[in-house]
Design a protein around this ligand. Structure first.
Ligand code: 5CU
Length: 390
């Protein structure tokens, strides 16, 4: 079986702001927005403002965010065969329901066209295109919860190149564990769409607390982003979601963030809390073996650790690590780049490869506890299976 899986490099964490979305950002006066400004040399440039306290008028934004040829050039430069693109944050979070519904409907159609008209993988697997996508659902503050099920079913039935959705952590402003979203989760499980859980807001990263010194975007991105994902997925686990929907396919950004390191502590806290001690059908660690993870960790030691925790969960182990855990756990981990974020400073248009991509590839290659087969899986085979491409 394993030998029939083509050895491809598949990028499952790679973003776009499609032109239709960039137009919306250009029309806005407050973040999230794209603004135009004149440089000292008299050129007009566009800047992206999406995060709080974006330093010095935002960051440069250009075709790498919306032009498909740029995406394909980036893929060629780094030897990436297939990309599963997703819209970047903050998605539709800032819109009222009616606008979010229109925009998500149109963007999903755009994504379907973007992918279905992309080149095929001629030399290896001509039946595959080089681009697939994760779509959007109109989940914002005033979304009527009962509208989500038909939307998800239609997304799944009529967009063959869309293999999942990207989901922020807010839900309708009451979190993803809001009881009214139960049917939404049921529809996501039933359709088999992969749910890519991704941060935007950042929590507790020390960006505005525990100190005053300016550190650019380092604290919100390195800490705040993953802490947000950790809190959101932990809430889902605590709500019993994975007991009610055991076939749900949730993919966590940034290698599961802090959850793998904290899972035994979480289990202990649950055991000692009368409110939740009997709520779940399994020890909390078990649920880490039901989730999927990108490999955007930038370090081999971290990937080895995460895979060992996942592999332990899959055999329903609790504290001890056993031989084979990391290899088993690796089957739930998949390579990603986070393109077009993290370009080399000042040189993104040049010919050289991006350090952020090289670091993530080296990390996969460098996990001592993984066999060659496990590494091939993380580079591509696991994604081909999860997204139904083989
Ligand atoms: O650098 C950043 O701001 C980001 C972002 O906003 N979203 C993301 O996925 N990665 C990095």
């Amino acid at each position: 079986m394993a030998s029939r899986i083509p050895k491809l490099l598949v990028d499952i964490h790679t973003h776009v702001y499609l032109p239709r979305y960039a137009s919306v950002l250009r029309s806005r006066e407050v973040a999230p927005r794209i603004l135009s400004r004149t440089t000292a040399s008299g050129q007009t440039e566009e800047r992206l403002l999406i995060l709080d306290n974006e330093p010095s008028g935002g960051r440069p934004v250009g075709p790498q965010y919306w032009d498909r040829d740029e995406k394909l050039r980036f893929m060629d430069k780094h030897g990436i065969d297939i990309s599963i693109v997703s819209m970047a944050n903050p998605w539709l979070d800032f819109l009222p329901y009616k606008s979010a519904l229109d925009l998500s409907t149109n963007l999903n159609a755009d994504l379907q066209t973007y992918c279905s008209t992309s080149p095929s993988l001629t030399s290896v697997e001509p039946s595959l295109n080089r681009l697939y996508a994760l779509g959007l659902i109109p989940l914002v503050n005033d979304t009527p919860a009962d509208t989500l099920v038909p939307f998800i079913r239609n997304l799944s039935a009529n967009h063959p190149h869309i293999r999942g959705i990207i989901l922020g952590t807010r839900g309708r402003g009451k979190g993803l564990d809001e009881p009214e979203l139960e049917e939404m989760w049921g529809a996501l499980e039933e359709t088999g769409l992969v749910v890519f859980l991704h941060p935007h807001y950042g929590v507790g990263g020390g960006e505005n607390v525990w100190g005053e010194r300016e550190n650019g975007h380092v604290l919100p991105l390195a800490l705040g982003f993953p802490f947000e994902t950790t809190a959101a997925v932990t809430r889902l686990i605590l709500s019993g979601l994975l007991d009610r929907h055991p076939n749900m396919r949730i993919l966590l950004a940034h290698a599961g963030a802090a959850l793998p390191l904290l899972s035994s502590r979480l289990a202990s806290c649950i055991t000692h809390d009368p409110l939740v001690a009997h709520r779940l059908q399994h020890d909390a660690r078990y649920y880490l073996g039901k989730l999927y993870y990108d490999a955007v960790a930038y370090g081999a030691a971290e990937l080895g650790f995460v895979s060992a925790v996942i592999g332990r969960a899959e055999r329903e182990g609790t504290t001890r690590e056993e031989e084979g855990d990391a290899e088993r756990g690796s089957t739930r981990i998949m390579f990603g780049t986070d393109h077009p974020f993290f370009p080399p400073i000042g040189e993104e248009g040049g010919d050289q490869k991006w350090q952020s991509v090289l670091d993530n590839l080296d990390a996969v290659q460098g996990v001592a506890k993984w066999s060659g087969e496990a590494k091939d899986g993380v580079k591509g085979g696991n994604a081909l299976r999860l997204f139904g491409l083989i």
